[in-house]
Design a protein around this ligand. Structure first.
Ligand SMILES: Cc1cc2nc3c(=O)[nH]c(=O)nc-3n(C[C@H](O)[C@H](O)[C@H](O)COP(=O)(O)OP(=O)(O)OC[C@H]3O[C@@H](n4cnc5c(N)ncnc54)[C@H](O)[C@@H]3O)c2cc1C
Length: 354
């Protein structure tokens, strides 16, 4: 594994830019990071106008806009791509009839790091606090950065079922959402739990690999009608609508799932080698929760310009109460948040000069 010494992004030896220094070869994700290394050797800067937290479609688009707006900005993210990387089939992002999540995110990264550049760091933000009219951001390495304004684009993570056996068989047959390597269910029966777009995408990926697929959903299917129609034609799909998972069973690896339609009704035990849970996502809003206002779903409440109820903090994408959890919407909101953050900074400067 080769790590860019400036931003800590994992890079591939044959694709990365190189520089020789004191007899050692260093590899970089972009010219920007290589230049920074040759000039400063480390990530020396700590004060910015804007810090963007999150590397999904919202954060990456905000970063591209910040770069084109020539803002002094830093992007801090645990990973690049967010949930979009899990999407194996994107059919609703303009300009591409069909593209996979990893391919689209590669294009986003190329746009950000090769066509434009802003400072970026692979790290988890652990705390944000008000600081001298702006904000102090602390990462998991306990490094602190300051900024006059923030964009929170921390997206969502997968919800758990909270039933017996779920933890025990995690990665021993139980997975969350899409899994790239499906050979362990080849010719076997599998269960998919959930009824939204993510669950049905798993079904589409499984149907040529697994013998039978049991789709279990507590309610009607909520995925996009085009996907529901396509999946409805699959001969090896058995659908259990209105059913709840009671437990996962097995010995060392997953062997089955027990389901029931309603309290008191008979239980069904389905022997399965794999279970893919896709029952929705939870907003990653706890970081900003002490400072901003959340709704009952714990989404960050935003105004039409992506500003939150705390001056100087903007939010974009799936972590917010904006309608529609889609890549194109998160990207659009990220762009809007960057424009609004810039306007906020211009207003601050005007107020200081007045
Ligand atoms: C399986 C699946 C399939 C999908 N298919 C489609 C599709 O076909 N079409 C479509 O339009 N949409 C699809 N979506 C939805 C789409 O992926 C999301 O709407 C979109 O990714 C949201 O972007 P985001 O940037 O708001 O958040 P996310 O993509 O969730 O990104 C959040 C980012 O924030 C980072 N982060 C979180 N907390 C911290 C922290 N404390 N410090 C630093 N970084 C942090 C994460 O690591 C991540 O980089 C799909 C989603 C899934 C799960």
């Amino acid at each position: 594994m080769i790590i860019d010494p400036i931003c800590k992004i994992e890079v591939k030896e044959d694709e990365a830019l190189k520089a020789e220094c004191d007899g050692l070869i260093y590899y970089f994700c972009s010219e920007g990071c290589r230049d920074k290394f040759l000039k400063e050797r480390t990530f020396a800067r700590t004060a910015y106008d804007l810090i963007i937290i999150g590397g999904g479609p919202a954060g990456l688009t905000a970063a591209v806009y910040a770069a084109t707006l020539k803002m002094e900005a830093l992007l801090v993210a645990k990973d690049l791509g967010g949930q979009a990387v899990d999407s194996t089939k994107i059919e609703n992002y303009l300009g591409f009839d069909f593209i996979t999540g990893p391919e689209l995110i590669d294009k986003f990264k190329h746009h950000l790091f090769d066509s434009h550049y802003i400072d970026h760091l692979m790290s988890e933000v652990e705390k944000i606090e008000p600081d001298d009219g702006g904000f102090k951001v602390t990462t998991s390495e306990l490094t602190t950065y300051t900024a006059k304004t923030l964009i929170i684009a921390t997206g969502m993570t997968r919800r758990r079922l909270g039933v017996p056996g779920e933890e025990k068989f995690l990665r021993k047959g139980i997975f969350y959402g899409n899994v790239q390597e499906l050979s362990f269910v080849e010719g076997e029966d599998a269960a998919v739990i959930g009824g939204g777009n993510s669950a049905l995408q798993v079904v589409e990926n499984l149907h040529t690999v697994a013998r039978n697929i049991h789709l279990i959903s507590t309610s009607e299917l909520t995925a996009d009608p085009a996907v529901v129609e396509r999946v409805g034609c699959l001969a090896n799909l058995h659908t259990y609508l209105g059913y709840k998972v009671l437990e996962f069973t097995g010995d060392r690896t997953l062997g089955g799932v027990t389901i029931r339609k309603k309290a008191g009704a008979e239980t069904l035990s389905l022997p399965v080698k794999g279970a893919f849970i896709a029952v929705g996502l939870e907003p990653n809003s706890s970081l900003a929760a002490p400072l901003v206002q959340l709704n009952e779903r714990r989404e960050i409440m935003i105004h039409p310009d992506c500003s939150t109820f705390h001056p100087g903090i903007f939010a974009a994408g799936d972590v917010t109460d904006a309608f529609g959890k889609r890549i194109i919407i998160a990207s659009g909101e990220g762009a809007k948040a960057a424009l609004a953050a810039r306007q906020y900074l211009l207003n601050l400067r005007k107020a200081v000069c007045a």
